[in-house]
Design a protein. Structure first.
Length: 290
């Protein structure tokens, strides 16, 4: 006989069976589930899977055909810390999508069809450490304050996208950034991009595949590495005056000329008024003497 207070062997088997059955029932269709993890890799899913256990910490949706992430369903997974949505069809607007998963630490959106990143895309992910948005060929714009709230961000990868420009403040103000992927992008190395190139050469951030971080345009700098491009841009941008510079200088000159002319005219008017006042006073004195 089993000791008092302890379940009999058959009862224990029954309870374990019920637990396993419950786990299988809570696992989304065509996905495999382990403790706090749901893996739906390569299942040709067209939509975000339903019935994901609410205590899930790690969700892997890689290599599917998901084109939309529902913010409401994601918000139910409040304890989620790891989300892999690589190799899907995500694109267009992801603003406020991740508003309910503030504990997220790892997010992989690589190999999708993202077009832009705004402040509202990741602003609620205050704990984010790793962000992969590489291999999004349609990604052409990242707002300068896109990562302003992601101060814990340590690993950022924007390699192999359609980016031609990245504002220096976008990454310079990330105090914990240590890894930044920038290779094989269509960088337009003009004077506006010089500050970013200078930051790259002076920062302590690691740039993997640095040999493939090169200028795409203009033609004179095509395929040039950033260090060499910086030297040429410094000479060009600091010695060459553009049309807008000549216009600015002409406006400054005109303002100076106008201000000088106005000042001279006012001085002349004041002198004449003073002279008239002085002569009038002398006449009045002469009349009083007479």
């Amino acid at each position: 006989m089993s000791p008092p207070g302890r379940p009999r062997p058959l009862t224990l088997v029954f309870l374990l069976g019920m637990g396993m059955a419950s786990e299988r029932i809570n696992c989304p269709s065509r996905c495999s589930c382990q403790y706090l993890e749901v893996n739906c890799t390569g299942q040709q899913l067209q939509e975000f899977p339903a019935a994901i256990p609410l205590d899930t910490r790690q969700l892997i949706l890689a290599a599917n055909n998901v084109s939309y992430l529902p913010a409401v369903e994601l918000s139910f997974l409040a304890d989620l810390v790891y989300l892999d949505c690589s190799k899907n069809l995500l694109g267009d607007d992801l603003d406020f999508t991740f508003i309910g998963v503030a504990k997220l630490v790892y997010l992989d959106l690589s190999f999708n069809s993202l077009t832009q990143v705004t402040f509202s895309t990741f602003s609620h992910l205050l704990s984010l450490v790793v962000l992969k948005i590489s291999d999004n060929p349609n990604l052409v714009a990242i707002e300068k304050d896109a990562f302003a709230n992601n101060t814990w961000l340590r690993h950022l990868d924007v390699s192999r996208t359609g980016l031609t420009f990245l504002d220096t403040s976008t990454v310079q103000d990330l105090p914990n950034l240590r890894f930044l992927g920038l290779s094989d992008n269509l960088w337009h190395c003009n004077c506006s991009f010089l500050d970013f190139i200078t930051w790259m050469t002076e920062s302590n951030v690691h740039f993997p595949d640095a040999d493939n971080i090169t200028c795409y345009t203009p033609e004179g700098l095509h395929a040039l590495k950033m260090a060499a491009a910086e030297a040429q841009l410094r000479f060009t941008c600091l010695t060459q005056l553009y049309k807008r510079d000549y216009i600015f200088l002409c406006l400054v000159g005109f303002c100076i000329f106008f201000a000088g002319t106005t000042a001279a005219w006012l001085a002349g008017v004041c002198a004449i008024i003073y002279e008239l006042h002085t002569s009038k006073g002398e006449e009045e004195e002469e009349e009083e003497e007479d």
